[in-house]
Design a protein around this ligand. Structure first.
Ligand code: KMH
Ligand code: ZN
Length: 273
């Protein structure tokens, strides 16, 4: 089987230090969490940035400084800025990190409820607009799908020429209001994408390691991190992103999958090495 690409979503936009004190806010904290995740086996850092007080921002300067600080600690790691940002941000606000020409970034492929009154809006025309801005800069989008309808949206937009090969999906399962993360949900999604595509699975909360193991067994890739899950096991908070990545490495080893370095991940994803 292909080597395993581990993505670490170190911070997100929604979790706070009150949820888990290891959630990074400052540039130094971001660089430290990214480095520890990388040293533990992550080849991609999925990156949201924050102001020092923890409020989420898509400010291009904050992204630039954070990426610089991460690259000083782990020069070869793949940085994947979020273009999702936080609920309520405008499209152009969200797209700011693409102006830094990262190798990858996320492309959210449809709208989804985020629990309570929160709705993460990505209309069809929004997705087309984001895709245009991403592809014109030669960036590889990670196609974030919160359910089967988002996968179908991608396949329609591939037919229309808005989304292009290489298709790398990220199934984010277990958001309240999105698709759950049971085994059948995972199997349905992975069987719905073209053979030539690759995929990674991000299980939110209690689904994190269960889905990681399934993806490892079926030849997919894995995303973990405090953005998705703050616990290492039921009721026990993770002491940083590092331990979440270490747990995936342990599951991979039990299942005979070795871990991709950043350059091996680049080859798998069709990125320039
Ligand atoms: N924070 C969510 C509103 C992404 O990074 O592209 C969006 C999100 C998806 O996390
Ligand atoms: Zn994110």
């Amino acid at each position: 089987m292909e080597k395993l690409i581990i993505t670490c979503a170190i911070s997100g936009a929604e979790v706070t230090k009150e949820d888990n004190s290891y959630v990074p806010y400052t540039i130094e904290e971001m660089a430290n969490e990214a480095y520890e995740a990388y040293a533990a086996g992550a080849s991609i850092i999925h990156l949201h940035v924050r102001n020092d007080d923890g409020t989420p921002t898509q400010d291009i300067n904050r992204f630039e400084e954070t990426i610089k600080a991460i690259k000083e600690r782990c020069p070869d790691v793949i940085i994947q800025p979020s273009t999702g940002g936080a609920v309520g941000m405008s499209n152009d606000e969200r797209l700011q990190p693409t102006m830094l020409y990262p190798e990858m970034c996320t492309l959210d492929c449809g709208s989804v409820n985020f629990g309570g009154d929160e709705v993460f809006i990505n209309s069809e025309n929004d997705v087309i607009y984001f895709a245009e801005k991403i592809y014109e800069k030669g960036i590889l989008p990670e196609l974030e799908c919160f359910g089967k309808m988002h996968v179908d949206q991608v396949l329609r937009l591939v037919k229309k020429g808005h989304i292009k090969e290489h298709l790398h999906f990220s199934f984010v399962l277990g958001i309240p209001g999105g698709m759950t993360g049971e085994e059948r949900d995972f199997l349905f999604l992975k069987d719905s994408i073209p053979e030539s595509a690759t995929y990674s699975v991000a299980g939110v909360g209690r689904f994190e390691f269960k889905l990681a193991e399934l993806s490892i067994k079926y030849g997919g890739h894995v995303r973990v991190g405090l953005e998705d899950n703050i616990y290492i096991t039921k009721g026990i908070k993770a002491q940083g992103n590092k331990v979440l990545v270490e747990e995936v490495v342990r599951i991979a080893s039990l299942n005979g999958r070795s871990i991709a370095s950043p350059n091996e991940a680049r080859k798998i994803l069709g990125l320039k090495v």
